[in-house]
Design a binder for this molecule. Sequence first.
Ligand code: GSH
Length: 203
Amino acid sequence: MTIKLYGFPMSPNARRALIALEETGESYEYVTVDLMSGGQKAPDYLALNPNGRVPTLVDGDLVLWESHAILEYLAAKHPEKRLGGGSPEELAHVSKYLFLNAAHLGPAMAGVFAHTIRLPEDKRIPTIAENGRAEATRILGLLERALTDKTALVGDRVTIADIAVGTNVALAPMLGFDLAAYPNVSRWLAELKKRPSFVKAFG
Ligand SMILES: N[C@@H](CCC(=O)N[C@@H](CS)C(=O)NCC(=O)O)C(=O)O
């Protein structure tokens, strides 16, 4: 049975699942959940994902939501692609970046996006945007240092850590961050964006 990925083209969370699928070479069907018209809260979709968000992956009997869990599943399903860590230490470092992204960078950038672009002006709370910007700036700084003399966040090849963090960092310029201030991050992101999987997700 063909894998189904439920997502929305502009969603960084759905994009990272799509990129991981592309990297595995799996064939899959992309099902658009229209976030603009509330498709994520439709009963059929909530039956798959009670959290009412994208993405959701359906692979046979497995129904999986939370983008970072989807990344870990796809990496584990395709060990030959070496998208996860190659040793217990690498696995732990990959996991560290997934948590950093899910708990800190993602919510910070989502706060900036919601309170400068997405919400109607009368619903925007400037403090949320400011706090998100400060948090994302701090994390960009730590990524800059982590990527000194390195081509990937963990080891020397692209893993789901780069896919996870890269899909958020790619949105930074749109949110007003100047990535020129982070040359290592810029170099790393430029290489990621050349990969066919990223071209497909952002194209
Ligand atoms: N932690 C979740 C976040 C998912 C998420 O927030 N997705 C957004 C799109 S980027 C969404 O579906 N928003 C719709 C809503 O909040 O109603 C993940 O990584 O999958």
